[in-house]
Design a protein. Structure first.
Length: 266
């Protein structure tokens, strides 16, 4: 596991976007096969999406040969609802770049058979050859995607009940009314994320500091699903100074020193 500590959320976004672009370009050098990119929603990746859009408009990257798979979607929320993850992705990213609509994959939370929808999603990922890079965020309780605490670390795409903490946190997108927040969601599993060739997790702000501490210094355990990143051969966590605030001084200095000698370019 690699930890990159930046000063601010904007620095995190710049570093993450630069890494994603570098990976897209690197694959294009040796194959015409699409780059397969896993993507999250939420507040944390917004700055990264803005930076990717900026790089696209500057001619630094094209998404025409990129296939995307989103991490999750609410169950029962219409796709056209302003807070659906379909709406989020098109409003904040896809509509601003040159990705082909047919290359966008987002779980259907209104499918008549949710179990089949989840199984089909895993099959579509496999058909592409697997995800090259999965970007994600982390919740205050250490969850990645909607893999709440005590989710299986070998789990695959499935329907999950959301914890009250997650519902409360997400209520900010529903006018603060927790009664409007869906109580279940479809989500890729921890095992789905770990099957990606590279995993990039972002964490910004003091509220994520406890999760970062458990993810980096804590035990590999299903209470903190972010800890699964510890066993990935190409797992990277990029955080800002606030999110690194609960790390031991020795840990902080170690990773800052390592990154100074071996910056994240590959």
């Amino acid at each position: 596991m690699r930890l990159v500590i930046e000063n601010t959320p904007k620095d995190v976004a710049r570093r993450a976007a630069a890494y994603i672009v570098a990976q897209i370009k690197a694959k294009a050098e040796y194959t015409s096969s699409p780059f397969v990119l896993g993507l999250p929603t939420g507040s944390t990746p917004l700055e990264t999406y803005k930076e990717l859009i900026r790089l696209h408009k500057a001619g630094e990257v094209s998404f025409r040969n990129v296939i995307t798979f989103n991490m999750d979607e609410y169950v029962g929320l219409p796709e056209e609802h302003p807070e659906s993850y379909h709406s989020f992705m098109w409003n904040n990213f896809f509509s601003h770049v040159d990705i082909k609509p047919e290359n966008v994959n987002i779980l259907n939370g209104n499918a008549p058979d949710l179990a089949k929808e989840c199984a089909d999603y895993e099959a579509r990922i496999a058909e592409t050859g697997g995800i090259d890079l999965f970007m994600g965020g982390v919740g205050e309780d250490g969850h990645i995607a909607f893999n709440e605490p005590f989710s299986s670390l070998s789990s695959r795409t499935r329907e999950k009940a959301l914890t009250q903490d997650t519902i409360i946190v997400n209520s900010r997108f529903f006018g603060g009314d927790i009664s409007l927040v869906p109580k279940t969601a479809l989500t890729v599993g921890v095992g789905t994320v770990l099957s990606a060739k590279r995993v990039l997790i972002l964490a910004t702000g003091a509220k994520k500091a406890r999760a970062v501490r458990h993810g980096v210094e804590g035990a590999y355990c299903h209470q903190w699903t972010i800890s699964a990143l510890q066993v990935h051969p190409n797992g990277i966590l990029i955080c800002d100074d606030d999110a690194a605030g609960e790390l031991r001084v020795a840990t902080y200095r170690y990773f800052k020193d390592i990154e100074g000698h071996n910056p994240l370019t590959k």
